[in-house]
Design a protein around this ligand. Structure first.
Ligand code: DX5
Ligand code: ZN
Length: 220
């Protein structure tokens, strides 16, 4: 079985103890920290700004996987890059000029990701393949943690795996939403190599984090 990386979403962390939560996830074997940024406009929720990212940055060396559910998004990118984001992932339907947005992310020296909502087809990536580092498949409608996995997205993951393997460049294939031990297995079988997990990472509190991460990686 291929090696899968786990990115706990701190949306499910205890916000009153956010620094401790990030340190605990690092110690528990997380591979990246997934940071969900919501603007109350593109999605009906508000979460984390660049100030919080900056405050967390000294606490871990894990990459910060910043998922921007924001429209417009371009004006926010420099602040998140400066705050310590390693990957900046945007939604192509959040603005009219996604190619320009991707060039901006690259000019900031960060990895560029594109997130596809359940309704967004793979064709949204047609003009972007040469420039992106990551594709994020949303397996829930963005906006909240704790929603149920939408199984129709497995076909999209398979199609993306085939397209990525047919290309020359390494591109990460990440799945986000409703990932638990069962759906994780289905995602990896379909070709995912990165899994975001909020609820499933943080359930049970700090003493459970290491076993939560191990189980998501397919270890008993
Ligand atoms: C949803 C976010 C997800 C969310 C995942 O809009 O993008 O990252 O936190 O949470 P779970 O794993 O609980 O579905
Ligand atoms: Zn996310």
């Amino acid at each position: 079985r291929q090696k899968v990386r786990i990115a706990p979403s701190i949306l499910s962390a205890d916000f009153a103890r956010l620094g401790d939560e990030v340190r605990a996830m690092d110690a528990a074997g997380a591979d990246l920290i997934h940071i969900d940024v919501m603007d109350g406009h593109y999605v009906p929720n508000l979460t984390i700004g660049p100030g919080v990212v900056r405050a967390l940055r000294p606490l871990t060396r894990l990459p910060f996987d910043v998922h921007l559910m924001c429209s417009p998004v371009d004006g926010l990118l420099p602040a998140f890059a400066e705050a310590g984001a390693d990957i900046l992932t945007v939604h192509p339907d959040a603005g009219p000029h996604t190619h320009r947005t991707v060039q901006l992310i690259k000019s900031l020296g960060r990895k560029a990701g594109i997130a596809l909502n359940p309704a967004t087809p793979v064709a949204a990536l047609d003009h972007l393949w040469d420039d992106i580092d990551l594709v994020l498949v949303m397996s829930v409608n963005p906006g909240f943690g704790g929603q149920a996995f939408i199984a129709s997205q497995l076909d999209k993951i398979r199609a993306l795996r085939a397209r990525i393997d047919a290309g020359e460049r390494p591109i990460d294939l990440e799945v986000d939403g409703g990932v638990n031990v069962e759906t994780a297995q289905a995602c990896v079988a379909a070709g995912a190599d990165m899994l975001v997990a909020g609820t499933a990472s943080f359930t049970g509190g700090p003493d459970a984090y290491a076993s939560n991460i191990a189980r998501l990686k397919g270890r008993p």
